[in-house]
Design a protein around this ligand. Structure first.
Ligand code: AKB
Length: 317
């Protein structure tokens, strides 16, 4: 029997592409997309869609009952940069939405949950290079704190209540369909849009800021893969380290210049620099590679070529 899936936060950067992929796999009618508003009309019109506030337990519960949902992907969250501007809102949304789905799964109404964590669980005291799966986690952002605490709760619900919750620590995600919103790694998406539209970009991170990143296709593959493996194969019930490529704004600018020679970049670091400086520069994801055969496909050059080809079609059809 096919799963009946609910995606909460389906109109966001990852939710948009995850919804499409899950519908390809499970059938359009088996995947209910939901968000707090209808900001992505293409997605809203492409299949079942419900307006849903991730902070409202009863609304999530009613939606699950009426659509006979057994699997939830909880993609709604306030990210690192927005979280610093609205700390209490970030805490409220990121924690309560997680408790709502964990508590639904505790009653066995929901059989499986995907909840994304982030490299933001790490902080300035974490080893920066090849950050191990198990290491010091002293995050200095509200977003990072919510992800760290969320990881502890996921593991707790798995151990105490046998809740099958699965999670990965996403690095910065680069994509050309929906824009990211409110993250520190957003520069790595904006830069491609501005390269096509204006031939120049002012980066809010300094040229040598080296961060872990990933192309969207790899992130979707990881998300689908971890949800597909038998439960017994997963040895981590907090969240898996996940890695693909790491680069600086200077590296990404050089890869764009290889295709658009007149492209120029300038640097004007803002408050997000401090957040980026507190995160690892590369991640050791050997446990994910061993447990569920994770591997990535896109390097920087291939990603740049894919981004520029698709954004060219969008802006210069
Ligand atoms: C952010 O920059 O806040 C996110 C993340 C790394 O989780 N993209």
């Amino acid at each position: 029997m096919s799963s009946k899936i609910l995606i909460i936060g389906a109109c966001g950067q990852i939710g948009t592409e995850l919804t499409t992929k899950l519908r390809e796999i499970h059938g359009v009618d088996n995947v209910v997309a939901s968000d707090i508003n209808t900001r992505n009309l293409e997605l809203v019109n492409a299949g079942p869609f419900v307006i849903l506030d991730a902070k409202n337990f009863n609304a999530i519960k009613d939606c699950c009952i009426s659509h006979k949902i057994d699997t939830i992907y909880l993609m709604a969250a306030l990210l690192s940069a927005t979280g610093e501007k609205y700390p209490m809102e970030a805490w409220d949304l990121n924690m309560n939405s997680l408790f709502h789905v964990l508590n639904l799964a505790k009653t066995k109404q929901i059989k499986k949950i995907f909840w994304p964590s982030s490299i933001a669980v790490f902080g300035p005291t974490t080893p920066r290079e090849h950050t191990p799966q198990h290491t010091i986690c002293e995050p200095t952002t509200v977003y990072g704190i919510t992800k760290q605490v969320g990881e502890r709760w996921c593991e707790y619900y798995y151990n105490k209540y046998d809740v099958d919750v699965r999670s990965i620590r996403y690095p910065g995600i680069i994509s050309h369909k929906a824009m990211p919103g409110g993250g520190t790694t957003d520069y790595a998406v904006e830069i491609y849009h501005e390269a096509i539209k204006k031939g120049k970009y002012e980066s809010f991170l300094s040229e040598k800021t080296h961060l872990p990143m990933m192309f969207m296709d790899d992130a979707i593959k990881a998300t689908i893969d971890i949800m597909s493996v038998p439960s017994k194969d997963l040895t981590i019930r907090s969240s898996y380290n996940l890695s693909a490529i790491s680069f600086t704004p200077e590296d990404i600018a050089n890869s764009i210049k290889a295709e658009i020679p007149h492209f120029t970049i300038t640097y004007k670091p803002d408050f997000r620099q401090e957040i980026a400086d507190s995160w690892p520069s590369s991640i050791d994801d050997s446990v994910a590679r061993k447990d569920w055969n994770w591997s990535h496909d896109f390097n920087l050059e291939r990603m740049t070529s894919e981004m520029l080809t698709n954004l060219n079609k969008k802006y210069k059809p």
